[in-house]
Design a protein around this ligand. Sequence first.
Ligand SMILES: [Zn+2]
Length: 609
Amino acid sequence: MPRFKKISLKVGRSVWNLKLLFAGDNDPRIEESRKLVEKKSYEFINAWKDRTDYLEDPAILRQALDQYEFWKRQYYTDGNEGYYFWLRIHQDQNDPRLKARFNKIDEFSKKLENESQFFYLRIARIKPELQKRFIEYEDLAKYRHFLGRIFAESRYHLSEPEEKILNLKSATSSSNWTRMTAGFLSKEERAVFTEEGKRKVMPFSEIVGLMNSKKKRVRDSAAKAFNDVLAKNAEVAEAEINSVFANKKIDDELRGSPRPDTLRHVADDIESEVVDALVESVSRRFTIPVRYYALKARLLKVRKLAYHERNVEYGKMARRYPYPKSVDLVHRVLGKLDREFADIFAGFVHNGQIDAYPKKGKDSGAFCIHHLMVQPTYILLNHTGKLHDVLTIAHELGHGINNELIKKKQHALDFGTPTSTAEVASTFMEDFVLDEVLHAADDELRLAIMMQKLNDDVSSIFRQVACYCFEQELHKDFRAKGYLSKEEIGKLFQKHMAAYMGSAVEQSEGSENWWVYWNHIRYFFYVYSYASGLLISKSLQNSVKRDPAFIVQVKEFLSAGLSDSPKNIFSRLGIDISDKRFWDKGLDEVENLLDETERLAKQLGKIKK
Ligand SMILES: [Zn+2]
């Protein structure tokens, strides 16, 4: 194993170095950049907008795609300016001048986007007989999957005027309804007990957070208020969701979608058989979350957890992790996995691609962002020294490493990750860093961390799959009956929640309405991707733990970007992700952690043997 020098933060920086893009907000090169983007965009647009030969002759399509790729790689519709000001407004949200500058370039960019859209749309309209010829054409191999993705979606497209009507009416038949329900909820207020023990009128968004309070009185009072708000709005949500489902049914019938979840899978570049294997494997192992909640109830010394109490933290995680120390820790873990991972991270630190500390006006979250392929990746953190912050570094870095690996191997049209695997790299790095943290922690802290980790895994994997099954049954019932009352929806909801929670969690009174608040079900079948990303990551972790040389395959996968569907990428690595055993390996990782946690709890005398 090679040794790694510590990264010195004196050499590196902890604020973004945006000079990699421009010298400052008034850099004269900003103006020049915009002119160049305009020139290059119209070179592309004007070259192809009046031509149709590229839609018939694969050799000409190759030329067109080469130009398209080059334009997207180097300039696209906003060049460095859009990226620069996007980053600036996340650094300082209170400066209206920055917002104005961003809006200007955004407007400029949208115009060019609209003008260039014809290119993509016309390719989608290539006739099926010709599509086949294009896909098989040797000299188009480089763009085969890019074209394949467009053609796969276009199979469910209607004629241009029909698409236009559906698009124009989509707000009134779906999103306005959904926004209405969310809007009603957000306006609600109730008097609840605060952490300070006072009774205070709080907005709905803050009541949600208080349900996880370690103080029983606070979380119970928040849950009561929360349930009251949902009960009040359930009637309207019933009307809303029936309309949204009816609209979805009409769309599916018009488009000829065989299943309610087909269009989600097509959009995410994942085969239905893969999602089916995932959902079946996870559902078969609901014993894992059932055991987890039973353990939690015992640790918290209650017979049953109320529905809203399932996320309450166990134990204390008081240990602090200052940023420089966290950087070294993450760097060390990456180095043990792969030299290149560590080098990419060191590069980010040295070049000032990470903005580490909270600051007034700065975005309060964490993200890893990329835009054009030729531009540097940037990571935003708000490091305050909690364990969670260390894991966030690892998580965002995982995204960053993923980007850099894709850049090395792919062209600009395959630069990105499909939804189904977007969180593989991030959770992969996060889990290995967590392992390292656990090594260094004393037993009490370890137990607390492991319980929290299991809680996160249960929420991302089992809860999301339970929700997926709930959605499937909802659509099926709706289509069979024509209308579902809020009581019927509530019953289905509780059935699917109880299936993964088991008897240690009460399906408490009021919880039958929690679907009112679950936004994801309004966007249809998105939730599987939380489980697929994390389980692929865990399955890969399992393989790397058995054989460290497997990291080569992991990197191969992380470099693949959008060049093929996840199923095909894995199949080239000798892995079949439509096989349930693949998913079981990932689930084994969660079960191992649960076994270990139970053992530790017994060993510490926290629960009876
Ligand atoms: Zn992420």
